[in-house]
Design a protein around this ligand. Structure first.
Ligand code: SF4
Length: 72
């Protein structure tokens, strides 16, 4: 497992946003750690048409904190 920090995709609301609801993503947001080999599509409106794939440790200026991270 890798630590995921504020500003990185794993804690962003757009990480895997357009996929099926996924408990794995919720766990990452709660625990701030993620598997090294995880890749998800970014659902940010500017990335979705490009099908950008990111790791939990990636990041960009479009970061928006996922709601679950705010309760942790
Ligand atoms: S690439 Fe940017 S917008 Fe997409 S999940 Fe990562 S931080 Fe969020």
């Amino acid at each position: 497992m890798m630590q995921v920090h504020e500003g990185q995709c794993g804690l962003c609301t757009h990480f895997g946003e357009n996929g099926a609801p996924d408990d794995k993503l919720i766990q990452i947001r709660l625990k701030h750690e993620a598997p090294e080999d995880l890749i998800e599509e970014c659902g940010h409106p500017r990335h979705a048409p490009l099908h950008l794939k990111v790791t939990p440790m990636s990041g960009c200026a479009g970061f928006e904190a996922a709601p679950e991270t705010m309760n942790a």
